[in-house]
Design a protein around this ligand. Sequence first.
Ligand code: PLP
Length: 356
Amino acid sequence: MSQFWSPFVKDLVPYVPGEQPKMTRLVKLNTNENPYGPSPKAIAAMQAELNDDLRLYPDPNGDRLKQAVADYYGVKTSQVFVGNGSDEVLAHAFHGLFQHDKPLLFPDITYSFYPVYCGLYGIEPEQIPLDDEFQINVDDFISATTEAGGNSGIIFPNPNAPTGRLLPLAAIEKLLQHNTQTVVLVDEAYVDFGGESAIALVDRYPNLLVTQTLSKSRSLAGMRIGLAVGHEDLIEALERVKNSFNSYPLDRLAIAAGAAAFADRDYFNDTCQRVIDSRTQVVDGLEQLGFEVLPSAANFVFARHGQKDAAELAAALREQGIIVRHFRTPRIAQFLRITIGTDEQNKILLDALKTL
Ligand SMILES: *Cc1c(COP(=O)(O)O)cnc(C)c1O
């Protein structure tokens, strides 16, 4: 604490990301990075950019990336927003769309950045419990809205994190039909590993905003690239906030890499399918060892063991150089979140669990 701080800074509770250990030779299955590298075409595009003119500022609008996203999803570029990771896109959405003096609704078990941004932007959070199977129940969001006399918005990841559970598009559509007065933000960080994107609905619901990241399915976590797709009025709010904050957000390498990654559909489809196939094997292996594994549509699984304490298992794995994520939070303290790795990494994990 310091007298020099703006008063609100002392009350901030910052997000704590999964550990990025400095040790090498780890089996790192704790932050849902992709086990395969980015598209070779994305690497080549960055190399070409290095040979170009880094002396110059990047395109303030990232048009090349917006165009690649628009082509991929069949939307207009005016419906696309891009930012430094979807975390930044989410920050602009909280700032520009969710400050309405009513609670913002999100699941009790979800991405832990949401409450952090509520703190930063002075938004009252209201957590709606997942059901007993750890699923989002849209009816609970609808009745919470009625009881509270409205909301500032609704946000959830689909598939949810850290559970991995997927909400079908029909349920999202039901929510949109009942919640027409505020923004519904669907955070699709993991949708490419088995979900159906709600971008299919943006032309019918002007209050639907969908965010995605290139950190997971496109394996560019190190480049920090995220996006949003929605009605152009929602995109304009994000652009206004962004242009009042940082007028050149994405650097030249990120724009080039992101556009090339979206254009390389074969590499993307192939690596996503490899992760999905490995996930089936990891689930089988864990179930054989007595784990209960929630159905996952993501590049991770959320699992608990009937007899073994999750914190002890995570610590024992760590001693063997295998890092998984454990949350000391109510309801999920007995779960481990395990990122799907290469087949070799998955085998090391399952062998280690077997001996434990
Ligand atoms: C990883 C993740 C993000 C952030 O992605 P970045 O683009 O790397 O900032 C956002 N939401 C959820 C649910 C995530 O898991």
